[in-house]
Every structure is written in C-alpha cells, then in structure tokens.
Design a protein around this ligand. Structure first.
Ligand code: ATP
Ligand code: MG
Length: 264
C-alpha cells in the first residue's frame, strides 16, 4: 500500500478560457498537516473542490489510499472519509449547537417505525465533544449564532471528526479570527493531526501556517511552485514565494518615502 493517504497527480482544471489549475501535483500522509498557500485567485479553493467531489478535474488523477478515484459528488468524497470545512462553514445560525452538530444524522430512539430524535443523547455527545476541545457549551440548545467565530470553526471541525473524517480539508479556517481565537483553532488542528488525521490547511497567512504545518505547497496562478517540508524552507522564504510579497516590499519602500516628506 502507498504511504500516502491522498495524491494529486498533474491535476488541471479549466473554466472556459480560465486556467484555474495546471499540472498540480501534491501528496499527503496520515497525521500530516499540509498547508496550501497562495494569493487570491491562485486556485486553492478549486484544488480542494476537486478533492471534495464538487468539480471533476479536466486532467490528472486523484489517488486515495492507493486507489485511483473519481468523485461524482461531494457525498462520494465524504463516504471515503474526506471532509471539507468551507469558509462559510455550512452552519445554521438560528439552529442549536446540537442540531448543527448532527445536521440530519441525529441519534434516534424507540422501536422501528416509531423512532424519535434522542435529544438527551445528542445534547450529551455535542457538549462532550465540544468540551474535549476546551469549549464549554453550558446549554447545547443555544443557537450557534451566539458562539464566537473560533468556536463555530471548532464545531464544524469536531463534527467532521465525529463522523469519521480521515482527511480534513479546511478552507481559510482562521481568516476571520483574531490572534487568540486563531490560536485556539490551530491548536485543535494540531491535536486532530496527532490522532492520525491528514489535514490540508488552506490559508493566506504564512504566520498561521508555519508553526503548525509539516509541509507547504505554494500555488501561484494555478501552478504549483512546489511542496516543501518544513526543514527545507524558512518562513521568510515562504513569505517571499507568495505572490504579493514583492508588491508589499515595494509598498513598504513607497510608504517610507511618503513618511519622509512632511518632516523635510
Ligand atoms: N466556477 C468558476 N467559474 C469560472 N472561473 C472560476 C470558477 N471558480 C474559480 N474560477 C477562477 O479560477 C481561479 C482560481 O480561483 P480559486 O477560487 O480557486 O482561487 P483561490 O486561491 O481559492 O482564491 P481566494 O484566496 O480568493 O479564495 C480564479 O481566476 C477564479 O476566478
Ligand atoms: Mg478560495
């Protein structure tokens, strides 16, 4: 069997004349956190949507646990243990923590044909799971909209793990969060990986990616600039590889010049 849980081999995806991805190759082991970095429009979301069964790649192959795999729908990917947490999280703000945790997969009780939602069991599981990651849900019937952004992100991740994810794909999980909440979510991601999950963490933020990632893939305008193990790349090098690095340097010089003028 292959060492790798997931392999993308030479994946391309076109939208009409737009080349969203060209010849992208990337692989991921159990227990590994791979960070997928790139500027806006680099192709990050498109790449993970091919893994989530949303898009079919136009070229290349996806190999999961050694087998070439074609996903016809997001359900196919989920059935193979690939769970994607999108930036909008697919949570319903007005529904309770418990309802959001189970979302159509609620535990039931009672005899066949007369089954009803086992609310006590569901509340207990939801509160327990959130408690394990240090989020104290005093009332599992409280609306998800009352939770903080970081807590909601943790709920979506915890739900994916509870329902058997082997590969967890996170699209910008920390982008809307402050430093403290981002660190809560990043710690939880590291914990999930240490239990054997493979994680693809998509982010713009090298400062969030670098401390937690084992390897880093940089996309630039649909092409991969390579995958690097942490020991082979510094934070500074990663920063400069991301498109925009150069522009920010230029901006810094321009601002410095602007600052100089009023005092002169
Ligand atoms: N459904 C679509 N139809 C046409 N073009 C698309 C579609 N989805 C993405 N694209 C284009 O493909 C390119 C890659 O987009 P993608 O959303 O994958 O980038 P991204 O790296 O996730 O960017 P961001 O950081 O802004 O989320 C962009 O040029 C985008 O406009
Ligand atoms: Mg995106």
């Amino acid at each position: 069997m292959s060492d790798y849980l997931v392999q993308f081999n030479n994946i391309s995806k076109f939208f009409g004349k737009v080349i969203a991805l060209k010849d992208v190759t990337m692989k991921l082991k159990k227990g590994e956190i791979m960070c997928l970095l790139g500027d806006n429009g680099a192709g990050k979301s498109t790449l993970i949507k091919t893994l989530a069964g949303v898009y079919r790649p136009d070229e290349g192959e996806i190999i999961v646990e050694g087998k070439k795999t074609i996903f016809d729908s997001p359900k196919d990917a989920l059935d193979m243990g690939i769970a994607t947490v999108y930036q909008d999280l697919a949570l319903v703000s007005l529904m309770s923590v418990t309802r959001n945790f189970f979302m159509g997969r609620e535990p039931m009780k009672g005899p066949p044909f007369f089954k009803t939602f086992d609310i006590e069991k569901a509340n207990k599981i939801a509160a327990e799971r959130m408690g394990q990651i240090g989020i104290d849900v005093r009332d599992p019937s409280q609306a998800v909209g009352t939770m903080s952004g970081g807590e909601r992100q943790c709920l979506a991740i915890s739900r994916a793990i509870y329902f058997g994810a082997k590969v967890l794909v996170l699209d910008e999980p920390t982008s809307a969060l402050g430093v403290h909440q981002a660190s809560v979510v990043l710690k939880y991601i590291v914990k999930a990986a240490s239990q054997g999950l493979a994680v693809i963490l998509i982010t713009h933020n090298v400062h969030h990616a670098y401390p937690v990632g084992n390897s880093f893939t940089v996309l630039n305008r649909g092409k991969s600039l390579g995958t690097y193990e942490k020991k082979d790349i510094s934070r500074e090098k990663l920063l400069s590889m991301m498109a925009g690095g150069e522009e920010l340097n230029k901006l810094e010089v321009e601002l410095r010049e602007m600052n100089r003028s009023p005092t002169n």
